[in-house]
Design a protein around this ligand. Structure first.
Ligand code: 5GP
Ligand code: ZN
Length: 114
């Protein structure tokens, strides 16, 4: 989608600080990190929200979670732990309508969310 920020990153029009990449998935550092390590994992295809992830293509969901594991390993978070978050629409706090998984680590994060 031409007016989508994360599509521009997936297409390479805007180049973020990339941590991990495959043909279908991209992981890059959040511009406003909420922890020492804060990485966003996105599908390269434009999928607006978690509800739009096609259930008939479970391999994309698997690839997104594999990317989270790879990011955690690259960032040195596998042992200390990390938080993975998907915000969905208004009450979920979603601001960018291109599906993304937040990977937060490097500090103890609180629960429940505010
Ligand atoms: P959401 O609130 O939609 O779950 O998260 C959107 C995230 O995208 C926020 O954490 C925000 O800091 C991040 N973000 C917004 N604009 C940019 C940008 O231009 N570059 C990067 N790397 N991250 C961005
Ligand atoms: Zn998009």
């Amino acid at each position: 989608m031409s007016d989508c920020l994360f599509c521009k990153m997936a297409e390479g029009t805007i180049r973020p600080d990339v941590v991990y990449e495959t043909d279908r998935v991209l992981a890059f550092r959040d511009i406003n990190p909420q922890a020492k390590s804060h990485v966003l994992v996105i599908p390269k295809a434009h999928i607006p929200t978690l509800d739009d992830l096609p259930p008939e293509a479970p391999e994309l969901a698997a690839e997104l979670f594999k990317a989270v594991q790879e990011v955690a390993r690259c960032e040195g978070l596998s042992e200390t732990g990390y938080r993975t978050v998907i915000n969905c629409r208004g009450d979920g706090g979603q601001e960018v309508y291109h599906l993304h998984l937040h990977v937060l680590g490097g500090r103890r994060v609180g629960w429940p969310p505010g």
